[in-house]
Write a protein that binds this ligand. Sequence first.
Ligand SMILES: Nc1ncnc2c1ncn2[C@@H]1O[C@H](COP(=O)(O)OP(=O)(O)OP(=O)(O)O)[C@@H](O)[C@H]1O
Ligand SMILES: [Mg+2]
Length: 453
Amino acid sequence: MDVTAGAMIPILHKLGELLIGEYNLDKRVKKGVNSLLTELEMMHTVLRKVGEVPSDQLEEPVRIWAGKVRDLSCDMEDVVDDFLVRVDEGSNSKPTNMRNRVKKFLKKTTKLFGKGKALHQICDAIDEAQVLAKELGDLHKRYMLDMPNTSNSATIDPRVLALHKDVGELVGVDRTRDELIKTLICEDGSSKEQLKMISIVGVGGLGKTTLAKAVYEKIKAQFDCVAFVPVGQNPDIRKVFKDLLYGLDKKKFMDIHNTIMDERLLIEEINEFLMDKRYLIVIDDIWKEEIWRYIDCALYKNKLHSLVLTTTRNVSVSEACLSSSDGMIHRMKPLCDEDSQILFHRRIFQSGEKCPKDLQVVSRDILKKCGGVPLAIITIASVLVSNQRIKEKGEWMHVHNLMGHGVTQGGIVKDMKRILSLSYYDLPFHLKTCLLYLSIFPEDCEIKKDWLI
Ligand SMILES: Nc1ncnc2c1ncn2[C@@H]1O[C@H](COP(=O)(O)OP(=O)(O)OP(=O)(O)O)[C@@H](O)[C@H]1O
Ligand SMILES: [Mg+2]
């Protein structure tokens, strides 16, 4: 569970309501609530920052500390909720629906805080929470915990391997690749005069990079200069520009990575270099529109039939990619059933060997859960083979049952989780909590809105 998924937001709202509402709070309570609110807002900001980093990249002490902050926020919510229930004092039935509870709470707060006993209790609870919050703050100072730096991740992206896949291992790519090339390049072998753009969009692991690479390899010989540049989630834009220059001319820009140049100079250098050349550039894995806008500035819009391909998981980024050039969005489709099966079986059985009859049904069921996503198919296939031995049917069934419930064995599955969790860490804070909350419901379960808080 994510360290940030505490109850911070609801509790901040509730405390805020108490303060700004027309509730006749005792002065003492008001002061306590106010300083607690500030304390919690600070904690919330810190937790947000921690939540932007995958937990396996967090320093152990930071992770432990953030967990404790989250626990405190949950305890605090319990305290406030406890008051919500007490508001209903006198009635035997506790209101179960949160919204009703809040309503009742707001209605009767004035009355409640007028009562000496309740006043005493809320003051005690606030004092206690403040002591705990202070202790956590001291802990943070004492151990000089460094907040994670989201732009400085040193882990290796497992997707690098996909760039160097043998084309022979790919399934169903040729057809889509050739269709894309046809739309990019006219019958007579030339593309349209102006710069043309294709933005490939789709969920993680669907094969966007693989397709872009296939197109790039097939047509690159027709261009004066070419480059394939991965961007990623938290890019250093100067490095992206330097990678681009290095890709375009390895000799000329041999030393570019050791040269100190700011963004402005790099953009000028790229523009100048591209001005009189027919170029093919792939900008792979863009996460933010803003990053694209910087890159776009560097791509000189000549009339020499140049081509740009971009890939992204994000539809709004792919739309932004088209804003300054003629082009189209290619929505990546999952592999069809037949191609899924070919990829799956090719990964498990020796070439030419067929899937044994007794494994056919479970194999189909597993593929159904993979939803035509190549990354899922090849990951599950590697789980079913260990030391070149194909596992027994019972183990296939077991894997099938575990799918969707977090299959945890092996480094390959870990890599897949890491690749897909990039999308989770890209979510805004409130949607992270929302997604985690929804994930407690079983797959395909209908979620009634009344069940949700
Ligand atoms: N058609 C295919 N046949 C065989 N393997 C494939 C195919 N398409 C993709 N793969 C494999 O699936 C994995 C994921 O593909 P890829 O990295 O291209 O996905 P992606 O859509 O770019 O994902 P991300 O959003 O994470 O960048 C890679 O290991 C790749 O080699
Ligand atoms: Mg990719």
